[in-house]
Structure formats: structure tokens, C-alpha cells
Design a protein around this ligand. Structure first.
Ligand SMILES: Cc1cc2nc3c(=O)[nH]c(=O)nc-3n(C[C@H](O)[C@H](O)[C@H](O)COP(=O)(O)OP(=O)(O)OC[C@H]3O[C@@H](n4cnc5c(N)ncnc54)[C@H](O)[C@@H]3O)c2cc1C
Ligand code: SF4
Length: 552
């Protein structure tokens, strides 16, 4: 990989402090780009050599979004410069070999016997580094909670529940707790109040953009040259690439997003894909913004009356609750291999391929899906509800294999790493891992999207189904999903009412649902857009689409 003008900038900043020998070596993986936590936060720069590595094997493994590659490489290079400015010796390697091989080579070349690394968050990197002799792993101080917290909060064995973990961690850390040990606002969760639809008021804030500097421009050229066939587009790249950029985005979040974060947390908008979401995940997941910084800022905003409790608690629950929880679930299940030895659980036996549109954002006619895929293609981002209730929901209704969907999310999103993407997709998004961390599948027909957003107003389909010439196919697909999974889902209390409704549907309705699903699958598999009439009453029911009612 070429590092020419970056290499010059690094050499200029390194000066005489560039001799790696005789120093303590710290390897900083691509997702630990901070001086505020871990060994680097306590190190004497004059006595420390920091090793940073770019490996072409990573982009060769998956067709990662081009913006993700540019974001990672540019942040890593800027971090190197920031370290050099602080007086650290920086050993920056960029090559075709794996991270482990390059680290091993660097140690051998410089006669270095020992290096330390904070325990990598990604399972994939942990496995790779296990073979590096002399590499000592220390605990990863970027996390807010420990394995003991997880076990104390929600138990040794699954099923695990985020709420129990979250309540325990709130008590243990004192975050949003009063002096008597009670949750601020009288409750641990304000989730029930955070379900407002957004109708344009208050206006959605516009996040700052970051003009690529010379280092980033060089990275953009490299990504386009080396990985032209990777997912997404580099056009309009304006992501934060330095700690100063990250801080600017963080300040914007505190000033403009936090106040309204809670109430509109579940809302969706056709025109405003980010609403009041922070867009901090890519930065937090590489250490550019610390989760503790977000918690502190949220608590300060509450104390100073700049944000209401439902917004502050909502954000704290995401960071201290969900983010930590999913990472523990991933570790304790060894990336779901304790549930399925190949790491590909499929509780509901789903095995359909991903529709072509996921790969190139071609039009399907399902406006909610099209708009979300377009956003992901362009930016490598969409917020939580579009990930869960549009992409995962539609894939689950179609019966897409959970691992195929998870691998797609992994490459398509700029914030995706195995520890976070797999629990969110294999368990939460698809129920592929069963009830290991969620009580039920998150699925719905058109009703949810219609209630929580405005995509339907611009769609060729009618979400209510009243216009019989163009009813939305998601609703019959939902019934077909329940019908084919009746046996498994009827064991879940929380799905009870939906199962009762599914059972009360006539054979003719069930056959119609199955036929519509079959038609939608066929069209999407061929890469064709759906006609407005695809879910209008079929007159002929082919035999293969008829589903036998499962035993009650
Ligand atoms: C199917 C699916 C796939 C997902 N894949 C990823 C992924 O690859 N990487 C990722 O970071 N998050 C993932 N999430 C979780 C969540 O959707 C994103 O963290 C969030 O949308 C990022 O946008 P934001 O920074 O604007 O988040 P905000 O809505 O502003 O939330 C604030 C922060 O909370 C944290 N957070 C919120 N929910 C979760 C969660 N469920 N798991 C972990 N952290 C959470 C993130 O750090 C996020 O930045 C996924 C969720 C689903 C349903
Ligand atoms: S009508 Fe159906 S497909 Fe169209 S946006 Fe609404 S939910 Fe999505």
C-alpha cells in the first residue's frame, strides 16, 4: 500500500524520536485509536513505541464499504500523526501480509521481544494475534463493563436480557442514580415514552461535514484504486478522520441532537435519514470518541437542564446498556459458535439468499427499503430503526439466511465489527439465535413503518391495504412469516396475540399470503422491481405456493 505523503508527514513530525529500539512497544489495532485509555494513556512518550498496521488482507476478506475503508485508514494515519506530535515513536506498517505477520516481522527486525496490546474487541483479530509470540494482552479499557458485571447482571447462562444487565450496571456505576441509589426520574427506562413520530418539528439538525485534507485525499485515491469493486461509493466523503474532527461531531451532538434524541428515537423519515441520532457509532467503535465521554456529556446536559430525562436515559441505555451487552453476548457465545458450531445460527430455518437490491441499491418499489438501501450505499450508515424494522424486518419476512444478512451488514456499514454486528443481526434483527438475548422476533407488516415514518406517503403501495389495486405486500408477508413459524413462535408468550390472529386466518387468506410472498421473492431474486399490483388479490393460486397448516 502506498503511504507517500502520509509517510512524509509522519517523518516530519517524528524528528529524532523515531528510534524504536529500547522502548516499550504498544500495538494499537485499527479500533483502539485513543490516547485517553489503556497503556498509552499512562505511557511516557519518550520511552514508548506505538505500532500501527494496515493490512490489505482485511479488505480482501470482505467487500467493505469504500467509505469504511477510507474512514479506517485515514483515522489510523491521523492517529499516527497525533501520536508523533505528542512525542511517541511511531512504527507504521502498511502491507499485504496479515496484522499478525506484520507485527511479528516488525518485532523480529528490531530485535523486540515483547509488545503489549489491549484485548482486541473483534474476535477475528483476537484469533489472528494469538499466534504472535511475545505479544502480551492486557484488558481493554475502552469498555465500561466487565465480564463479572455481565454475569452478575443477567446470569452465567443464556437467555440473557439487556434490561437486567442495564439495571445492574446503572446501580454498580452510579450513572443516572441519585444519592439514595434510586434511578433519576424514578425509573430505569423511559423507553415507553420514546416512540413519537416526527412531523418536521423540531427541524432535524444538519451534522458538520469534514473536508478531506491531504492525508485523507491520498487514502481516498488508494481505496478507489485498490478496491474499485467494493460496496458503496466514496462520493461526497466527509467523515471525521482526526480526533479534532471527532470532537467537533461530538460537540454538535451535545448541542443539537441530545435534547430530542429520546422522543424521536424510533421515528423514520424519508428526507431526513439521520434525524436526532448521534452518528457517533463509527467513531466510538474505533476509540475516537469514548463511551464514557458520551455518558458524562449526557449526565451534564440533564443536570444543567439542557436535555430531558427521556433523552438522556435513552442515550445512556444505548451506550451503557445495549452496546456493552451485545459485546458480552458475542464473547460468551464465541461469536454464536456455542449456539451453532459454524457461527451461523438459524433458529427459524431461514435459508433464502439476500435480494439483489442489497448489493447495488437497485429499485424494488418498496419505498422504505429503497430509501434505506440508497442511504447505506451512499453513506455506510442508517439509524437503528431502519436497520431493525426495515432491512432486518424485510429480510426476515423473506426468510433470508441470518448469516447472509449479518455478513452483508458487516461490510455495508461503517460502524460494523463482528462483536456488534453479529449479535444485532443474528440475534436481534432476525431471531436467528433464538431467544438468547431477545424475547421475540422484531417483525411487522406495513403498520409499523406507516406509524413511525413517512416513507409510505411516497410509495407505490398502500400501507393500509384499503386500496385493493396496490396493497403493501409487507403485511401478507408478515402473516406468511407467522404461518410458517407457528410452531416455534407459539412457545413465546410475547408473540401470543399475533399467533392467535395468524391462527384465525382462513385457508384462503393463508394461501394468498404464501402466494404473495412467493411472487415477491421471485421478483426480488431476479432483481426486478415489484409492480404496484403484486399483492392485489390473486385469482389463481398455484399449488406450490399453498402452505399446509402446521399442527396446533
Ligand atoms: C440489524 C442491526 C445491525 C446493527 N449493526 C451495528 C453495527 O454494525 N455497529 C454498531 O455500532 N451498531 C449496530 N447496530 C446498533 C445500532 O443500530 C447502531 O449502533 C446505531 O444505529 C448507530 O447509529 P448512531 O451512532 O446514530 O446511534 P444512536 O441512535 O445515536 O445511538 C447512540 C449510540 O448507542 C450505541 N448503540 C445503540 N444501539 C446499539 C446496539 N443495539 N448495539 C450496539 N450499540 C448500540 C451506538 O454506539 C450508538 O452510536 C445494529 C442494529 C441493528 C438492529
Ligand atoms: S407502503 Fe409498504 S413498502 Fe411502501 S413504504 Fe410503506 S411499508 Fe414500505
Amino acid at each position: 500500500m502506498s503511504v507517500s505523503s502520509f509517510a512524509r508527514a509522519l517523518a516530519e513530525r517524528s524528528g529524532i524520536a523515531s528510534e524504536p529500539r529500547g522502548k516499550q512497544w504498544v500495538y494499537a489495532p485499527y479500533d483502539q485509536l485513543t490516547l485517553a485509555r489503556g497503556p498509552l494513556s499512562r505511557a511516557n512518550p519518550q520511552e514508548t513505541c506505538v505500532v500501527l498496521i494496515e493490512s490489505a488482507q482485511k479488505p480482501a476478506r470482505r467487500r467493505y464499504h469504500k467509505k469504511k475503508l477510507a474512514f479506517l485508514l485515514s483515522n489510523e494515519r491521523h492517529f499516527a500523526l497525533e501520536l508523533a506530535e505528542r512525542g511517541f515513536t511511531v512504527l507504521y506498517r502498511a502491507g499485504e501480509a496479515s496484522f499478525a505477520e506484520q507485527l511479528r516481522d516488525a518485532m523480529r527486525e528490531h530485535g523486540q521481544r515483547e509488545a503489549i496490546v489491549q484485548r482486541p474487541a473483534e474476535r477475528e483479530l483476537r484469533k489472528e494475534l494469538a499466534s504472535v509470540e511475545g505479544l502480551r494482552t492486557v484488558s481493554n479499557e475502552l469498555w465500561l463493563t466487565t465480564e463479572e458485571d455481565f454475569v452478575r447482571g443477567c446470569g452465567e447462562a443464556s437467555p440473557w436480557r439487556m434490561d437486567a444487565f442495564y439495571r445492574y450496571v446503572r446501580r454498580r456505576t452510579g450513572v443516572l442514580m441519585d444519592d439514595e441509589g434510586r434511578p433519576l426520574g424514578g425509573r430505569y427506562s423511559f423507553d415507553g415514552e420514546n416512540r413519537e413520530r416526527w412531523r418536521g418539528d423540531p427541524p432535524a439538525p444538519t451534522a458538520p461535514t469534514f473536508e478531506p485534507d491531504e492525508i485523507t485525499r491520498e487514502v481516498l485515491a488508494l481505496v478507489e484504486r485498490r478496491w474499485p469493486g467494493h460496496f458503496g461509493t466514496l462520493a461526497g466523503f466527509a467523515m471525521p478522520c482526526s480526533r479534532a474532527d471527532a470532537k467537533a461531531l461530538f460537540d454538535f451532538v451535545c448541542a443539537h441532537c441530545l435534547k430530542h434524541f429520546g422522543p424521536f428515537e424510533d421515528a423514520m423519515s424519508d428526507e431526513e435519514p439521520t434525524l436526532f441520532h448521534t452518528q457517533l457509532s463509527s467513531l466510538i467503535n474505533v476509540g475516537r470518541v469514548l463511551p464514557s465521554e458520551v455518558l458524562d456529556a449526557a449526565a451534564r446536559a440533564l443536570a444543567e437542564d439542557r436535555a430531558p430525562i427521556q433523552s438522556v436515559e435513552g442515550l445512556v441505555r444505548q451506550i451503557l446498556g445495549w452496546r456493552e451487552f451485545v459485546r458480552h453476548v458475542h464473547e460468551r457465545t464465541d461469536g454464536f459458535r456455542t449456539i451453532a458450531p459454524d457461527g451461523q445460527p438459524s433458529e427459524l430455518g431461514a435459508h433464502e439468499p439476500l435480494p439483489k437490491a442489497f448489493w447495488d441499491a437497485r429499485e424494488t418499489g418498496l419505498r422504505c427499503l429503497d430509501r434505506t438501501l440508497e442511504t447505506v450505499w451512499n453513506t455506510g450508515y442508517s439509524h437503528h430503526i431502519t436497520r431493525l424494522m426495515v432491512l432486518s424486518n424485510i429480510a426476515t419476512l423473506l426468510g433470508v439466511e441470518p448469516k447472509a444478512l449479518s455478513d452483508w451488514f458487516w461490510l455495508a456499514y461503517t460502524d460494523a465489527y463482528d462483536w456488534v454486528v453479529e449479535p444485532n443481526v443474528l440475534a436481534m434483527g432476525t431471531f436467528g439465535a433464538g431467544d438468547v438475548m431477545t424475547t421475540k422476533p422484531y417483525v411487522s407488516g406495513a403498520g409499523y413503518v406507516h406509524r413511525m415514518g413517512d416513507h409510505c406517503a411516497r410509495c407505490r403501495f398502500d400501507p393500509t391495504g384499503k386500496d385493493r389495486a396496490r396493497p403493501c405486500p409487507l403485511t401478507p408477508m408478515y402473516w406468511a412469516f407467522l404461518d410458517r413459524n407457528l410452531e416455534r413462535l407459539s412457545k413465546i408468550d410475547r408473540v401470543g396475540p399475533a399467533i392467535l390472529s395468524a391462527r384465525s386466518r382462513s385457508d384462503a387468506q393463508r394461501q394468498r399470503d404464501a402466494l404473495i410472498l412467493a411472487r415477491v421473492r421471485e421478483r426480488l431474486a431476479a432483481g426486478d422491481a415489484l409492480d404496484a399490483s403484486i399483492a392485489s388479490d390473486p385469482t389463481v393460486v398455484p399449488k406450490k405456493a399453498v402452505v399446509r397448516r402446521k399442527a396446533k
